[in-house]
Design a binder for this molecule. Sequence first.
Ligand code: HEC
Length: 292
Amino acid sequence: MIRIFGILTGLFFTIAVLWSWGNDTYSGFVEPAPETAEHIYHEEAEGPEGGFAHEGLFAKWDYAQLQRGYQVYKEVCSACHGLKQVAFRNLEEIGYTEGQVKAEAAAWQVPGIDGETGEATLVDGTPTDYFPSPYANDIAARAANNNAIPPDLSLITKSRHGGADYVYALLTGYREQPAALVEEFPGTKTAAGQYYNPVFHSLNISMAPPLTSEGQVTFGPGNPDPTIDQMAEDVSAFLTWTAEPTLVKRRQTGWAFLAFLLFATLLAYFSKKQVWSRVKGGDVGEKTALDD
Ligand code: HEC
């Protein structure tokens, strides 16, 4: 009796689940959700032409590019965005010398203690300090940015789908808002303090276009022209390095490991041949115990 009761209960729940699933699927087909402005106008993030040096089979860091990217971060983005996971001494990993890192660090002001009064103050950075945040706290950050907080950029290429491609596309994605969009979806009209950018998930972002003119940053001799495109690409590469400094090393270790596996497989194959040659080879002549 109890068994029948159990089976019936199970059957009831199975039918209930199947029914609600079928019902939802059916109505999904019959009455699809209305298209939103984001559906229609959102643009997929595309990376720069030719991709980044740290991508693909022969991934490597392009140190000159990473240094240019650092320069763009320092001169443009750092006004609003922190980089709190990165210490000045880490810059040695992208080709700066110890002396250059000391000079770089000293050019930044970091939170410290006044040696005489003991009060909190700002002091020159040293190589072991981390990049300072431009705002004292989130409230100050919001107050200065149309109620949006500029996120810390240390891990941004890891935390956004598309990584460096996304950052590049976002920086170069600002446009005039299409009139047809506003006509169809009046609610999405870019508000004061916002900017239309179809790469951003909600189409309107509270970051004013940070890269607006060629030559905004001056690159040293031997570097490409600082076009908006170039600056965007360089800073995106730099932010990939801040998020994943071991990326290239990991890929190279992967290749070395694959080569080792291949070698070990060949070795195993030839030693197997060698060990079994007397048994299987027809040219041995002698009968072995296994032939009987
Ligand atoms: C004047 C301040 C300001 C400057 C300068 C600035 N940003 Fe921003 N940034 C913001 C604000 C504010 C947001 C948050 C926008 C929002 O959520 O609508 C933001 C958001 C972002 C985001 C995250 C977008 C997302 O998907 O959430 C990235 C990436 C970014 N900025 C990169 C940069 C880079 C790279 C630079 C330098 C080239 C830069 N920003 C310069 C204010 C700034």
